[in-house]
Design a protein around this ligand. Structure first.
Ligand code: GLU
Length: 309
């Protein structure tokens, strides 16, 4: 099947109809107090095709907290500024452990398994704090440039909410620093990290931002290259193997696309050379991934026949 022979809007409508009235399984994240306030029935999806067409349903234009999805943006920026030296400080292996686990760091001498678990994302945050005089502004500029949308911003209320309860991340960054894998003041690294996680974006904006990972690092329309083909290969490989905490195997098995989830209930996935798609439903399964988001993407790849496998 070619992209053009698939009626994406019809398939998205079908997914919406299949799930909209079903009772939601899973639980909205509550360890960040602000996230617990988000209504559990929110549900939206947006697919951005490489030909520039957009397809959507439901709450696809409402912004939510992207949380760990931000790790894909910070990794991309760190790869640009640090090149292959980044891999001396963070690995590229799936962890098989929960996203906020501290246990592997002891055996691995403070080198996190990959950039998408919290320990790895904190090292990436440290790289950015070292590389820019204002890392938060640099991250927003990167997002504004890849999307052409200057409205994307942090949510300071969510950032403060996570900071007030961020005990594990405080422990983790101090532990990393004890191994010499954090250069900056831990407060500066955490301030950056809590802000990156607080970024608010809609499914539409996320699909737009992720199109560069489906298009060899280049935006569509303006055709600006932000990452090389080699860098995109690596980001997509990491999303495929490490993008869903200790459920990356299950996501590959059921959906078959590189992607990244966040505890705000968002998931973004890409089909290289075809599309980027984002889905949002806040209740999370026991592994911390949006239960309905995963089910919806499984239906998308089944109904279209488009997975990378
Ligand atoms: N800010 C969250 C944390 O560090 C991100 C977790 C996630 O989305 O996986 O706990």
């Amino acid at each position: 099947m070619t992209s053009t022979s698939v009626d994406y809007q019809k398939i998205l409508n079908q997914i919406n109809q299949e799930f909209i009235d079903q009772p939601r399984s899973g639980k909205v994240a509550s360890y960040i107090p602000e996230l617990a306030k988000v209504p559990s029935n929110k549900f939206g999806m947006h697919l951005y095709d490489l030909d520039g067409s957009n397809y959507c349903f439901g709450d696809s234009q409402e912004r939510f907290s992207i949380q760990s999805i931000s790790k894909v943006f910070t990794l991309s920026l760190a790869m640009k500024v640090m090149g292959d030296k980044l891999w001396n400080r963070v690995g590229v292996e799936p962890s098989g452990d929960p996203f906020n686990s501290l246990s592997q760091l002891e055996n691995d001498s403070g080198i996190p398994r990959n950039p998408f678990i919290n320990a790895g994302a904190l090292v990436v945050a440290d790289v950015l704090v070292s590389s820019f005089s204002n890392a938060k502004a640099a991250l927003l500029t990167f997002l504004h440039e890849i999307t052409g949308n200057p409205q994307i911003d942090f949510d300071p209320v969510v950032a403060a909410s996570e900071q007030s309860k961020g005990y594990r991340n405080y422990a983790m960054v101090n532990y990393l620093k004890s191994f010499g894998n954090i250069e900056n003041d831990v407060e500066d690294v955490l301030d950056f990290y809590f802000h990156q996680c607080s970024i608010a974006m809609s499914c539409q904006e996320l699909a737009n931002a992720f199109i560069i990972f489906a298009n060899n690092g280049t935006t569509i329309g303006s055709e600006r290259e932000f990452l090389t083909g080699r860098q995109v290969k690596r980001v997509n490989a990491l999303m495929q193997t490490c993008g869903f905490y200790d459920e990356a195997g299950e996501f590959s098995f059921e959906v078959g696309l590189p992607g990244k989830s966040g505890v705000g209930g968002g998931i973004v996935a890409v089909h290289p050379d075809r599309f980027a798609v984002a889905v949002w439903s806040p209740p999370l399964n026991p592994k911390g991934n949006s239960a309905l988001g995963m089910a919806s993407l499984e239906r998308l790849t089944t109904l279209t026949g488009f997975s990378i496998f």
